[in-house]
Design a protein around this ligand. Structure first.
Ligand code: PSU
Ligand code: MN
Length: 301
């Protein structure tokens, strides 16, 4: 693994570091806006005094923290593939370049000793999964990786109740950040209720410490909704979702192409308004991730 010197220095000194995924950049946001977004994401953390560690595989090398050239590569090079954990060995062996999913980012971040990771939306159980078995590897991987993931719940492209059931089965700790309402990414409230809510970043750090003390090597998922006034118009949301899901069915899209297809189409079908909300969500999660990393590093010392 190639850990950027800025990241390794911070980790060694116990200073706050937040991991960021790269699939959201390569496959979750449209070019060229995605490059600016990737830079903006890192800048949010730097303003907090937190070191960003965007993670990707570049020419077969897992990189923890990207320099400008690598960030550009991930954002703009169309040959960069989507890499989950099972793809890592092949990507490394064939010297390929790949953008890491939540699962693969969490896996590499934890290996580097990073404890906090902010993303937009976690993968989950797809609609119709009882027939297709399409459940993101994000879920089972979180059961095995000691990292705190900040996410605005999961997108309504997924089966949200089933995703929460699977998180329960997998014994992944889930807490709402200042709420018990589980968000559905673009919308503040999915209608699903969580058992636990924590008031602030310090409380999240206490949950992390307790998880460690119990000897558990599993993730803490922090569900962080966008404020209600910033959510996507629910009417616009519902119509775009209905149409995008129908197209997946009609066009026979399956496997790892499902999420990128739906995300891309929903941006188009909402004339870009979902994109602005998407960027707000990522920024909001990154800010909270930064606060958690700061609280964690304060405890550590
Ligand atoms: N959900 C989103 N935005 C994303 C993704 C999921 O709202 O960008 C990406 C993440 O990288 C996630 C991956 O880890 O898609 C899940 O893909 P799959 O469902 O193929 O496991
Ligand atoms: Mn899948």
């Amino acid at each position: 693994m190639n850990i950027h010197p800025e990241v390794s220095a911070a980790l060694e000194a116990g200073r706050p570091v937040v991991a960021l995924e790269s699939t959201i950049i390569s496959h979750g946001l449209p070019r060229p806006r995605n490059l600016q977004a990737a830079k903006d994401f890192e800048a949010i953390l730097r303003e907090q005094g937190v070191v960003p560690a965007t993670i990707a595989v570049v020419d077969g090398e897992p990189r923890i923290g990207l320099d400008e050239a690598a960030l550009e590569r991930v954002a703009l090079d169309e040959s960069v593939v989507k890499v989950s954990v099972r793809d890592l060995p092949v990507a490394l062996a064939t010297r390929s370049s790949g953008a890491t999913t939540v699962a693969a980012t969490a896996f590499l971040a934890a290996k580097a000793g990073i404890r906090v990771f902010s993303t937009g939306g976690l993968g989950g159980v797809h609609r119709g999964a009882s027939a297709t078995f399409d459940e993101s590897a994000d879920l089972p991987m979180l059961a095995q990786i000691p990292i705190t993931v900040v996410s605005a719940g999961v997108k309504s492209i997924l089966d949200i109740p089933a995703t929460l059931e699977r998180l329960e089965t997998l014994s992944v700790t889930v807490v709402g950040f200042g709420t018990t309402k589980f968000p559905s990414f673009w919308l503040t409230d999915s209608g699903e209720t969580l058992d636990w809510s924590v008031p602030d970043a310090t409380a999240v750090a206490e949950v992390m410490a307790s998880n460690d003390a119990l000897g558990r090597e599993s993730a803490v998922l922090v569900a962080n909704p966008l404020p209600h006034e910033k959510q996507l118009d629910p009417v616009v949301h519902d119509e775009a979702l209905r149409q995008a899901l129908a197209e997946v069915e009609r066009n026979g899209i399956t496997g790892k192409d499902v999420s990128p297809y739906l995300l891309g189409r929903i941006v188009e079908l909402t004339s870009g308004s979902s994109l602005e909300v998407n960027l707000d969500i990522a920024a909001n999660n990154i800010r909270v991730g930064g606060e958690i990393a700061i609280a964690w590093s304060a405890r550590d010392r």
